[in-house]
Design a protein. Sequence first.
Length: 554
Amino acid sequence: MKNLDWLVLIFVLLFIVIYGIYKSKKVKTSESFLGGKTNPWWMVGLSIMATQASAITFLSTPGQAYHDGLGFVQFYFGLPIAMVILCVWVLPKFFKMNVLTAYEYLEKRFGLSTRILTAILFLIQRGLAAGITIFAPAIILSTILGWNLILTNIVIGSLVTIYTLVGGTEAVSQTQKQQMFVIFIGMFLAFFLILQKLPLDLNDALLYSGKMGKLNAVSFEFNLNNRYNIWSAFLGGTFLFLSYFGTDQSQVQRYLTGKSLKEARLGLLFNGLFKIPMQFFILFIGVMVFVFFQFEKTPLNFNPLSQSLKNNTEYQALNADYDQIHEEKKQKIIAWKTDHSEKVMSELKDLQAKEVVIREDVKKLINKEAPDIESNDKDYVFIYYILNYLPTGIVGLLIAVILSAAMSSTSSELNALATTTVVDIYKRNFAPDISEKKYLNASRFFTLMWGMVAIFFAVNASLFENLIQAVNIIGSLFYGVILGVFAIAFLFPRIGGKASMWSILIVEPVIILLYFLDVKEVIELEFLWLNPIGCLLMIGVASLLQPLFKKVAI
């Protein structure tokens, strides 16, 4: 990065942090620190989107589209359905009871044990996820820019912890407004600069990428082992988003800051309407990067650490084959551009298939010769494009986009973790009658504690197949069970607290077991299906256990 990039990056990040601290300087009570109801609907909506749109979104998603096309957008098809269900049935209950956390409701419905157990599940899941949202940009930026990985994790985590510690929920909401502005500006600039640099016009770029299968956004194949199709989206995805937005405190806390029930509903619906187009747009950027790289010689693997194998004889042979294919492809694309010949396109598809085989062979070579190097390079594609093809200044802005997204997600997570710890664990069980000042100090202490925990997880994390999938996998291990608890609370009045609590203890290990059976290839079950399975198992097991316990009056 050039000096101008550093200036842009430092200015943007410092402005966001200082602005958040300044706007939240009036926070004097634990209630305002943890969740004051002051925000209009548009700020609620932006805060919800900023919480979900982590750095992983902007690092991994374009790379996902570069390799696999637009199919990942199906993951979000269940989102609008989930938003409507939550607006109609869940939000009114939360606002009527004036809760600070989603789990307060569970005590009134089931008793203290179920509330604490569900809160603990959330703390485990979100604590792990907070570490990954810090680690995601840190591992990429440290690899690409040569930054020290541990130091990068500590700097990102510390910046977020500082303004969340000082200003709580208000600081999170205020900074997320600025962070989303930076994110939108950065992504639109990246998109228009890609179009400007494309050797093809937009129509030809769309036609070419479509012929290469990159624009296939929807798959109707019903297959439990197919990660993204219309069925897993509407069934698994809807359950995942119901649990994420309805029971995950990092999101519940965002819409509980709404001035009223109406403002909170509008904020959720805003998210439901705009999240899919936003995700489609980010994926589309990845597709355009794919088209652009048809004319540019790229590394065989985008992870720069893979270049340590460049003197390997087998690597050199693969690279020579790739050079030949790349030059041949360039010439044929130019020929195809003149008359859109199907014969030439058929030849291009054959060449693309050969290139894919070469890249897969390189991954196998990396795994064999350098197993410590991450061979899956999806997370490195977009950052490689940014650093090598965008002008000075814009590079700094887009690195700021990545770090801003990391900070926006992590701040929400830390705030939610602190709120749940204070409200559901500390205040409810250990210190019900201490002074307001001590509650505020406790809130700040637990924010600091979870910040340190998240940094610890980040420093000790390792890459999954794809970072954006890592967060969703961790969520799916817990969300189905948590959603099942709330589904029982809302829809099954005859099921009591003991049956629900024992169902959690039985079903959660089953879900974790199913996931590891899939990892070990004993069964075929993609992670999205863990959400409906967990929820339905909770309801089924609780229904079977209820007759064994004395019926609890509601």
